[in-house]
Design a protein around this ligand. Structure first.
Ligand code: PAP
Length: 314
């Protein structure tokens, strides 16, 4: 996630007259497009992505809602696809933040003018989008390119989101009331929301076409990292040869290591978001430290209605 109100494209308000508008956490304008909410500067790039992007059969498109494990997934896929030899000194993650190496298409590629030339990107192209399935380009859906989606428990996603936006929107101030953030989350009025519709679209599509879309869960990656990363590498057509290779990738991509790399302690990639903000606790169940039983109950009810009915338990 790196698309904030400091985006230079945000000011073209006249282009968004017909979109429903809201203000997230009393500080960030968002507008509705195709049933989802976005920071205004992202809508035109998202439209351009949908109409102009031509997928290639060996592309890998990572997808996610925000704060669900994107940085981890980008790091893992980068190691699997671009850094395949575990004994190699080359380590792209030391050189730069994963969001630099694996750009989020709508907030980087199509938000610059002229657009970054994706045709020069080395093959296989490894890209990412936070956009919902419904607005992905037809060529992404209809070619043989692969999609990997990472989902996370809504309560931990919400808490991660709340911390992140507090750091950006209210630095060195009291946090924005959590109760109001829970209400925004449940009503779907937040960046890339509704969360539940976003997850559900990818879940249903992955069930229809599991060869095309791999649906991963953050909690499963935490519980069984070796098994899940093995599955990911096989899906990407780059199975590991040895257990050591898996261990090496997991070590390279571990939160503790990435958090302490010089490039992530300093520096920023997009719109001045410090790299350090992408690495916090990475704990399953951190929501228990923040949510009241009432908030927990409301979110559980929504999960049950929206996701569990479709066989998805997060
Ligand atoms: P984004 O949407 O802004 O790209 P994303 O990477 O999806 O963010 O989510 C950030 C969360 O992933 C943070 O969770 P937390 O707030 O609950 O701590 C962050 O700590 C966690 N995270 C980042 N990198 C890793 C990693 N390598 N392993 C596990 N968790 C990670």
């Amino acid at each position: 996630m790196a698309d904030l109100s400091s985006n230079p494209n945000s000011n073209n308000a006249e282009n968004h007259l017909n979109h429903p508008k809201a203000r997230f956490m009393d500080a960030m304008d968002i507008i509705q497009w195709e049933g989802f909410w976005f920071e205004p500067g992202l809508v035109q790039p998202a439209m351009t992505f949908r109409s102009c992007f031509q997928a290639q059969n060996n592309d890998v498109v990572l997808t996610s809602n925000i704060k669900t494990g994107t940085t981890w997934l980008k790091s893992l896929c980068l190691c699997i696809l671009k850094n395949p030899k575990p004994d190699e000194d080359l380590d792209l993650l030391v050189e730069d933040n994963p969001h630099f190496h694996v750009p989020t298409i709508e907030s980087t590629i199509y938000s610059t003018k002229p657009h970054i030339d994706l045709y020069k990107a080395p093959s296989p192209r490894l890209l990412h989008s936070h956009l919902p399935y419904i607005v992905l380009p037809d060529s992404v859906k209809n070619t043989d390119c692969k999609i990997v989606y990472i989902a996370r428990n809504p309560k931990d996603t919400l808490i991660s989101m709340w911390h992140f936006f507090n750091s950006i929107l209210y630095p060195n101030q009291d946090p924005f009331p959590l109760e109001r953030t829970v209400d925004c989350f449940l009503s779907g009025v937040h960046q890339y929301g509704p969360f539940f519709d976003h997850v559900l679209q990818y879940w249903l599509e992955s069930r229809k076409n599991p060869q095309k879309i791999l649906f991963l869960k953050y909690e499963e990656l935490k519980r069984d990292p070796k098994g899940e990363v093995k599955k990911l590498a096989e899906f990407l057509g780059k199975p590991f040869a040895t257990e050591e290779e898996i261990d090496k990738v997991l070590w390279r991509c571990s939160l503790e290591r990435l958090k302490n790399l010089k490039v992530n302690k300093n520096g920023s990639i997009v719109y001045s978001v410090p790299n350090s903000l992408y690495f916090r606790k990475g704990v399953v169940g951190d929501w228990k430290n923040y949510l009241t039983p009432e908030m927990e109950e409301k979110i559980n009810q929504m999960s049950s209605i929206k996701l569990e009915e479709h066989g998805l338990f997060l």
